[in-house]
Design a protein around this ligand. Sequence first.
Ligand code: IYR
Length: 221
Amino acid sequence: MNVYATMPLAFEGCPEDERQARAEAFLTTMRKRRTVRDYSDRPVPRELIEAAVRTAGTAPSGANQQPWAFVCISDPELKRKIREGAEEEERAFYAGRAGEEWLDALSHLGTDENKPFLESAPWLIAIFAQRWGHDAQGRKVKHYYVPESVGIAAGFLIASLHQAGLATLTHTPAPMNFLNQLCGRPDNEKALILLVVGYPAEGCVVPAIGKKPLEEIASFL
Ligand code: IYR
C-alpha cells in the first residue's frame, strides 16, 4: 500500500449566500485587466513583487514539483541588455521570420520591434520553466506537465499583480535563449514569459478588443 503523509485540510470555504457575489466580484475585477504596453517609470516596491511571486508559488503543479523560477529584474543596466536582446529577436520576427499569416493575426494589436517598456517599466519578471530538476545526489529528475504548471503559476502571478493595482504585459520575444545568459540561468530552464510590471503611462491607450462571450467559450453537457 502507498503510505504517504497527510494533514487536515484547512478549507475555508465561504457562506452559501455570498458565494455567487464573490465569484461575480472577482469577475468584475479580472474584466478590468488589460495588457499594457506603455509604462511610466514610477517605481513599484519590491515587497509587492515578492507577494505576487509568493502567490504564483501557490499554484498547483505536476507531482507538486513546482518547476518554475521567477527572476525579478529592476536593475536598469540589466533591463537595458534585455531590451537589446529582445529587440534583436523582434527585428528578425517582424522583418519576416513571423511570416505573413502571423503578422496579419497581430496587426490589430499595433505591436512592432520597438520594446521601450523593457526599460521604462520598473520590473521585469522572467518566468523560467524547469524542464527537469535534480535530486539530493545531483541526479536528473524528470518533471511532469511543465508548461501547464508554469502557465497556471503565471496566471496566478498576473492576477495577483492586477489585484494589487499594477499593470502587466506578457511579453514573449522568441526565441528567449538570451534570457538564460543574461539572468545566469542553467540549461534545464527555459524562459516562457517575460512579464513586464508597472503602472501605465499617462494617457496610455490599449487596443480596442474584447473577450469572447460565455456562449462561445463554454459548453455545458
Ligand atoms: N513577440 C512579439 C510578437 C507578438 C506575438 C504575439 I502571439 C502577441 O500576442 C503579441 C506580440 C512581440 O512581442 O511584439
